[in-house]
Design a protein around this ligand. Structure first.
Ligand code: 2DT
Length: 270
């Protein structure tokens, strides 16, 4: 397990085929938790806003072609980029030189640099340069944006996670163990809510939007691959929108309370 047993938010993952209702259920879960006074946020993967996410989006829209292994690693990188963040705060003393001002922070004469996954070695090199110019520097390594949020008490409701990564790539014939490898070391969810609907039924719902994986035959393969990944931490939610909603609310609130009481975090597939 990771870290201590302090109160924290829960990591809740929703998984399922395209058009299974994950996105609308995620939104409802968020309102329910907020209504009960819990701090919660909605996340989704792929996060198409980052530069890696834009490459993924172009691939899904059939605007670019990538080898199956390459796109798999991009999806994984899109999760890792939300996990590694190195922050360096430079306090200005003598000179006006700083890289990025910490906007709007009156009285704080500093700059803040996010070094991304380049890590602490780059941080050390940059900080030596600043020290020479008479700045004082505080370096932080935030283990993970996700972990930081959870430890601050915020529950994360995540629409798709590593299970989508493995299910969709292995449905294309990529080896399951190979698919899992780059996900190892990411945080494990407290619960996976799998919205279990037959692929034919999902296909009937309002039609697919025309993205790369939105074809019935492929979705059937994905459904089989999800079954391989399923373990005891998964909750299978059946059909019927209202019943699903009630079922999910109860499960999620139980997990949120367990995490508040100090259930430790753990890592995926370790
Ligand atoms: P959305 O329609 O939910 O945006 O998903 N996918 C997703 C993968 O192949 N690997 C992954 O790691 C993730 C998170 C599932 C877009 C598609 O991307 C697939 C559907």
């Amino acid at each position: 397990s990771v870290g201590n047993t302090d109160s924290r938010g829960a990591l809740i993952v929703l998984e399922g085929l395209d058009r299974c209702g994950k996105t609308s259920q995620s939104g409802k879960l968020l309102s329910h938790l907020e209504g009960l006074g819990h701090s919660a946020e909605l996340w989704r993967f792929p996060d198409r806003t980052t530069s890696v996410g834009q490459m993924i989006s172009a691939y899904l829209l059939n605007q670019s072609q990538l080898d199956d292994h390459t796109i798999h690693l991009l999806f994984s990188a899109n999760r890792w980029e939300k996990s590694q963040l190195y922050l360096m705060i430079v306090q200005r003393q003598k000179t006006e030189l700083c890289i990025w001002h910490w906007g709007g922070c009156e009285g704080y004469s500093g700059a803040i640099c996010a070094l991304g996954s380049y890590g602490s070695s780059l941080g050390v090199i940059i900080s030596l340069g600043f020290l020479e110019h008479g700045h004082s520097i505080v370096c932080y390594h935030l283990r993970s944006m996700m972990e930081t949020k959870l430890k601050a008490g915020t529950t994360l409701i995540v629409d798709r996670y590593s299970y989508s990564g493995v299910a969709f790539s292995s449905a294309k014939g990529v080896d399951v163990e190979w698919c899992k490898a780059p996900e190892m070391g990411l945080l494990a969810p407290d619960v996976v809510l799998f919205l279990d609907i037959p692929p034919e039924k999902a296909a009937e719902r309002g039609g697919y939007g025309g993205e790369r994986y939105e074809h019935l035959e492929f979705q059937k393969k994905v459904a089989q691959c999800y079954q391989i990944l399923r373990d005891s931490s998964w909750k299978m939610a059946a059909e019927g929108i209202d019943e699903v909603e009630k079922e999910l609310h109860d499960i999620v609130v139980d997990h949120v309370l367990a995490c508040k009481k100090g259930k430790p975090l753990s890592l995926l597939w370790s």
